[in-house]
Design a protein around this ligand. Structure first.
Ligand code: NDP
Length: 252
């Protein structure tokens, strides 16, 4: 039996990017896996992964997502809240629609799915891993709602760990720059996207940006018994980006 064999895992936002890497890693490790997105089932999703079309910002759809997973695969023992959206605006420029989109998915979506799985987890135990961001700790320019939404995720993570332990362990992963469409969109906003990407790479002690598999590996660890004494934590996985002083010579 593999380390994650007993888990029934629900990963939100597994159509691409980090969520897809988490889905594939957990399935490879032996978990039964369900995932969701707002569109149709992606053609390249592995056949043994359950797809549920659901928008997690809607409380009814989030509840249906969890109920469908429970009915098809069994009670969720591992929830990975990965679905997220970003809007690149300051507070002054943000609209009510921006608020609904970002807070709806990143905050309400995470809250909805956590609330829906906790009754089962209270009885049989479970693990929640929320995908936050380094942007929830320090402010990315012109990402006001996104930054604030991720700070919410980090605080909610601690509350769940405190209120629902010992049955439930809950941690957040704070990715840095991970190579996905979301990251590409952010680089595209720069005057010189290629230069912005090269500058970003140079700021990583690891000498590279992150890959979705780097985050998936951390999810797998947090979901395993090797992390049995880890809860209520925000685990930064950023290749050392935020460990460095911004005042280093040559990178100003
Ligand atoms: P992508 O934009 O590549 O993928 C986002 C996924 O979430 C898609 O599968 C999307 O599917 C799904 N999704 C978005 N909104 C909803 C919704 N309301 N309901 C259900 N599914 C939804 O993003 P990444 O893979 O880059 O990011 C994944 C997570 O990691 C996010 O929470 C992000 O904030 C976080 N992160 C990413 C970083 C990076 O550098 N990439 C850095 C730090 C954090 P669909 O559109 O089909 O609904």
């Amino acid at each position: 039996m593999t380390a994650l064999g007993p888990h029934t895992a629900l990963v939100t936002g597994g159509s691409r990017g980090i969520g897809r890497a988490v889905v594939e890693r957990l399935a490879a490790d032996g978990a039964r896996v369900a995932t969701c997105g707002r569109g149709s089932r992606p053609g390249d999703l592995p056949d043994d992964v359950l797809w549920v079309r659901a928008d997690v910002s809607d409380p009814d759809q989030a509840a249906r997502l969890v109920a469908t997973t429970r009915g098809e695969l069994g009670p969720v023992s591992l929830l990975v809240n990965n679905a997220g959206v970003q809007v690149e605006r300051t507070v002054a420029d943000s609209t009510d629609d921006d608020w609904d989109l970002v807070v709806g998915t990143n905050c309400r979506g995470t809250f909805h799915t956590c609330r829906a799985v906790l009754p089962d987890m209270a009885g049989t135990g479970g693990v929640i891993v929320n995908i936050g961001s380094i942007s929830g700790e320090t402010a990315d320019p012109s990402m006001a709602l996104y930054n604030a939404s991720k700070a919410f995720v980090h605080a909610l993570t601690r509350s769940i760990a405190v209120d629902h332990g010992p049955a439930v362990r809950c941690n957040a992963i704070l990715p840095g720059w991970i190579r996905t469409e979301m990251a590409d969109d952010a680089f595209a906003l720069a005057d010189d996207p290629a230069a912005a990407r090269a500058d970003a790479v140079a700021r990583h002690p690891t000498g590279r940006l992150g890959e979705p598999a780097d985050i998936a590996a951390t999810v797998a660890w947090l979901a395993s018994d090797d992390a049995a004494f880890v809860t209520g934590q925000c685990v930064t996985v950023d290749g050392g980006l935020t460990a460095a002083s911004p005042l280093r010579p040559g990178l100003t």
